[in-house]
Design a protein around this ligand. Structure first.
Ligand code: BT5
Length: 315
């Protein structure tokens, strides 16, 4: 009922709703209306009340709440179930344990803060309030060796969402970093549970610096880049729509079209790089992303080397 009343406020936009209108619409008493309004206020919604006019929603909570993201969200699978937390250790860990307990494909876990935000290989992800920290559960009919492709189409979804919401063109530093002007605005962490030749589930985790300050020389936030507070709800909604679109393309057509789009927004291609993979170091010019999502490096001796995972350093 709280959600339905909230959505009614959102539907009428700038107009007032009288207590009587709400009573009639939901067939509840005046005191029940008042209780629901108080509950919404406690959650952080700013609802003004004016005698003879009624109630009006004048401000949303600072937090990214499931109800606000789901309002008019036009997806069929991704984000149909959203669980929002004020604080978790890691949204990836929460989503992973939910997936183990059979949470549906498309379930999204989102938190305002993480105390143990994870990067790859045991690294940390700084997760102060103001950023977006979300993880999405997928149950694809794909092989475990295709996992990199999930990271890449998720990264592409982030680049598109940033462009749609802020107008800023970001690019992808292969495989999982989103950059703006050479600084990291977002990281993607893909984890999975799999059998040798079948994926049970995938958790794609996304951390975006939105309205938070990140105190690293190598990082940037969207607020820092644009000088404006960014609507994190719009950004999240765009992101979920994009993930659904790219996931559908990936499921139906494979990686081909996604690869072409990724190459267009690649920060890495054309640059001289050094990559450490499985204890070996490869140096050369990044020239391509191959049909499986691997980075292709042309080395000094002319040989083309495929890199399937690893950290890329510009040299
Ligand atoms: C990543 O790892 O970039 C993946 C980050 C994924 C974070 C999301 S948040 C939601 C979900 N839940 C989680 O627990 N994780 C995911 P990697 O490529 O290993 O990069 C980590 C490195 O990025 C760190 O060692 C720092 O140098 C840098 N870094 C840490 N926090 C950052 C931030 N907020 N902004 C920019 N750079 C950061």
């Amino acid at each position: 009922m709280d959600t339905e009343i909230l959505y009614l406020f959102k539907d009428v936009g700038d107009k007032y709703l009288s207590g009587e209108d709400i009573c009639k619409k939901f067939n509840i008493s005046r005191s029940a209306v008042w209780k629901h309004i108080e509950k919404l206020r406690k959650t952080g919604y700013n609802i003004s009340a004016v005698p003879h006019l009624g109630y009006k929603l004048v401000g949303l909570p600072d937090n990214l709440l499931a109800d606000d993201i789901k309002y008019k969200l036009k997806t069929k699978i991704i984000g149909k179930n959203i669980v929002s937390f004020l604080h978790v250790e890691s949204t990836n860990d929460t989503a992973y344990s939910m997936a183990e307990k059979n949470a549906k494909e498309g379930t999204v876990v989102i938190a305002q803060k993480q105390s143990k935000g994870k990067g790859r290989l045991g690294r940390k992800w700084l997760s102060d309030k103001g950023g977006i920290y979300l993880s999405c559960i997928l149950r694809p009919d794909k092989r475990p060796d295709q996992v990199q492709e999930f990271t890449l189409f998720t990264a592409l979804s982030v680049v598109d969402a940033i462009k749609q919401t802020t107008g800023v063109q970001a690019d992808i530093k292969w495989p999982n970093d989103i950059f703006i002007d050479g600084k990291k605005v977002c990281g993607v962490l893909t984890e999975m549970k799999a059998q040798p030749d079948k994926i049970d589930f995938i958790v794609v985790g996304i951390g975006i610096n939105v309205n938070n300050d990140v105190h690293l020389d190598t990082s940037v936030s969207l607020k820092g880049k644009t000088g404006k507070k960014i609507c994190a709800i719009d950004l999240t909604r765009n992101l979920l729509c994009n993930i659904e679109r790219e996931y559908e393309i990936f499921t139906k057509k494979g990686f081909k079209d996604i690869r072409e789009k990724i190459k267009k927004v690649s920060y890495t291609i054309g640059k001289h790089v050094q990559v450490d993979m499985y204890g070996k170091t490869y140096k050369g010019k990044a020239v391509d992303i191959d049909p499986q999502g691997a980075l292709v490096i042309k080395m000094k001796n002319g040989k083309r080397q495929k890199v399937i995972s690893g950290d890329v350093h510009l040299s």
